[in-house]
Each structure stands twice: as C-alpha cells, then as structure tokens.
Design a protein around this ligand. Sequence first.
Ligand code: FAD
Length: 452
Amino acid sequence: MIEKKKNIVIAGAGLVGSMWACYLAKRGHNVQVFERRDDMRKYNMDAGRSINLALSTRGWRALEKIGLKETLEKIAIPMHGRMIHQEDGTKDFQPYGKQGQSIYSISRGDLNIALMNKADENENISFSFNEKTTHLDLKRNTIHFKHTKTDSQSALSPDLIFGADGAFSAVRGAMQKTNMFNYSQQYLEHGYKELTIPPTSDGEHRMDKNALHIWPRKSFMLIALPNLDGSFTVTLFLQFKGDESFESLNNNDTILKFFKKYFPSALEHMPNVIQDFHDNPASSLVTVRCNPWHYENVCLLGDSAHAIVPFYGQGMNAGFEDCFVLDEIIDRHQLGSWKDVFEEYTRDHVKNGHAIATLALRNFIEMRDSTSSHRFLKRKQLERHLMNQFPDKYLSQYQMVTFSTIPYDTALKRGDLQTNFAESLLDDYPDSASWSDPKFLEKVEKWLSLAH
Ligand SMILES: Cc1cc2nc3c(=O)[nH]c(=O)nc-3n(C[C@H](O)[C@H](O)[C@H](O)COP(=O)(O)OP(=O)(O)OC[C@H]3O[C@@H](n4cnc5c(N)ncnc54)[C@H](O)[C@@H]3O)c2cc1C
C-alpha cells in the first residue's frame, strides 16, 4: 500500500532533489539525500558569483504546496517583460503577459538553501554531503556511493530510489543499460559564459531591474537578469568555434573589440568584463530526452529526466512541476502501489518533458533573432490583441508555458496551431487598424469555435 512508510534515497540535493525531499517528508517517509558536493549552507560555493534563474507559474505552484511561496516572494525580483537592446542602440520593451503578470529573478543558491532548510525541518530527512552516487545495481535495488574526500565507499538498498542528480545523472546511467530504455542527448554548438554588471556605487541597479534584458544579435546573444544586491548576472550565449566564438575571443583585445562592436550599451556597465571573461568557464548546453522515467523502484525527476536548454526559462520550473505532478499521482493511488504511480508518471508526463525540450530549443531562435524582427513583433502584437479580445479562448504559447499549468505537450500543440493561424491572419490583415473589421472578428471566432 502506498501510505506505508518507506525508506527512500534521493541522489542529488540540487533544486529538485531538495524540493522532492520536502514533498516525501510530508508523507512521513524516511528520506536520505546524498549530494556529491559540499553543503552549500556552510561553504559559499559560488563565492563572488551570483547566478540567478527565472521562476514562473509552475515553479511557484510547486513551492506553494510545501509552504515556501511567501518566503521566496520576498527575495524574488519581478520582471514584467523583455527589454530588447537593438543593434542601433534603441530599446524596446515587450511585456511578457497581461497586466500584473511577471516572471521572477531569484538566486539559485538562496533558493536551493531555502529548500534544504525546509527539508531539514523534518526529523525524517537527512542530508549526506560529499557523497557521490557511483552506480546502481538495479536487480538488487542497491545504490553505491563514494565519499569525494575520503574515497570511502558505501551502499544502501532502500525501498525506493529517486534520481535528481542532474543532466549527467548516474541513476539514469544505470537505467540506460536496461531493455527498451530510450535515450538521446544533443549538444548545441553554442555554449554560455556568466559575466556581471555590478551595482552602482550607491548599490543601485544600472538598468531597469524589472525587466529581463536581451541583446539579440542573430547567431548569438547576451542576456541579463537582476539580483537583489543591485547587480545583474549577464550570460553570453555564443558558438564555441568559428570566426566570432569562445575559441576566437582568446585575448583582451578580441574580447573588448567584440563587446564594443555588438554590445556597447552593456559594455558601459561592465567594468570587469575582461576579468570575468577569463575567470568564468564557457559551459556547454545539452538536451536530454529519455523514456521511461522509471524502472521498478527507481524514478527520475528534474534534469536527470529531461535536461533542456535554458531559453524558455523552464528547466527548473519543469523539475518543480515533476514534484507537483508526482505528488498528485500519489494522492490518486492511495490504495494502489508505487508501481502504479511510476507507470502513470511515465505514461502521462514524459511527453511534457519532451515538449518543453522542443519549445526551449525553438525559443533560442526566437530570443536571439526573432525578437528583433518586424514580422515577429507584429505577430506578438496581434496575439496580445487576440488575448484581450478573447481572454477565455486565446492564450499565446508563451502564456500557456509561462503563466499557466496547462501541460507542456498541450501548450506545444495548441500553440503551434495558433501560430499558424495568427500568421495567416497577418497575411490577410497586416495593418492593426483592420483588426476591428467585422470580417476579421468573424474569421477569428469561427477558427476559435473549431479549435476548441
Ligand atoms: C545557464 C542556465 C540558465 C538557466 N536558467 C533557468 C531559468 O531561468 N529558469 C529555469 O526554470 N531553469 C533554468 N535553468 C535550468 C535549471 O538550472 C535546471 O533545470 C535545474 O537546475 C534542474 O535542477 P535539478 O535539481 O534537476 O538538477 P541540478 O540543479 O543539476 O542538481 C543536481 C544535483 O545533483 C548533484 N549530483 C550530480 N551528480 C551526482 C552524483 N553522481 N551523486 C550525487 N549527487 C550528484 C549535483 O551536485 C546537484 O546538486 C538554467 C540552466 C542553465 C544552464
């Protein structure tokens, strides 16, 4: 029976593993979390670096269920829209959603610490740090660890094992060797490097803090998200190889020239750009798709199940949604078994992981290129018009993904139909003055009645 208290191991105390520990603790299970790194509450892992993430509706919903929403709202900065910094130096603000809708910039470290502290409030949860999962013996349901400092080895055979050990998951690695396990991984030719815009001498933000700043430059781009201390975390997405690439930007001169040429309005706020550029690594971006997300008593959540590129700001949100969805499935199977739970999770939710992976890859093109294209901006304007005119029937794909909890798979399919329709409307009614034409409204109403 599902309510019976279980001994459970979670591999990984990142954002998703720590959240899942909170969900399991509420049900009274004994949970041991094994993390390969040190305890970030004792050692500041990212000293001098402030990495942030965009949190949106799905993430907030999952945080609310474990009682963390209010606490975290106090340390999250609302971003109401994109501030596009065009090549000619002009700026263009594009609201994300309807009035009052925002995504939120939050520090990865502070969020992870809040989740671990919340989990630690429960006596039935323990964290072990510097314990790397090395491999699993799936036949015996045994998970093996190696202490990263002492090299001592240990193993446990709990009732259930959850893999929340990220994109290069050791738990998934064991599942990959089982029969009928589907797996793919795809690297982008682009990588990313984190840089900084420091606060002013008064501790203020140097740009509008309530926006996600984007400098789209077709094949590459720069973005910046605000931090509470007045700084911005800036991320450069760029090809690894080629004429203008991480490989070619290999000395102070080429780095400075590149920023002067493409990002002068960012450079004026980046006094330490050269030092940051040398100090911080260029990291790769991978998409991982797999199916199923469980094997017997072992189950995957977060990036271990679906690592995605960061261009929709949904990786963490999707991982938090895994926790919420799995918890709901458990509720539905109170008289059933964990086998039933895991089977339903794979059957109904894997497709959502695949859908957000697709959407995230597409959004890279949208962010770096389309945000500055006239046609794209016109379609966005039309979509806002349709959302205002038909609020119950028309939600843009971005709205569905970011400001709703409509399954990602539905958002992908419905959004694609809508985009095609909006494009055909634009062909017939390119001028916004014609959008109040009765024929235009009739056409939209007819399409909506067929689409719903
Ligand atoms: C540049 C960038 C920007 C991003 N921006 C956003 C954003 O704005 N919004 C958003 O929603 N998402 C964003 N993401 C995605 C987000 O970071 C991930 O989806 C999220 O961190 C996944 O959480 P996780 O706990 O599943 O995995 P991770 O955060 O990778 O955590 C995994 C944990 O497991 C530990 N671990 C790994 N291997 C082992 C092992 N063998 N044994 C024990 N422990 C192990 C790791 O040390 C880590 O603590 C971004 C990602 C990148 C790269």
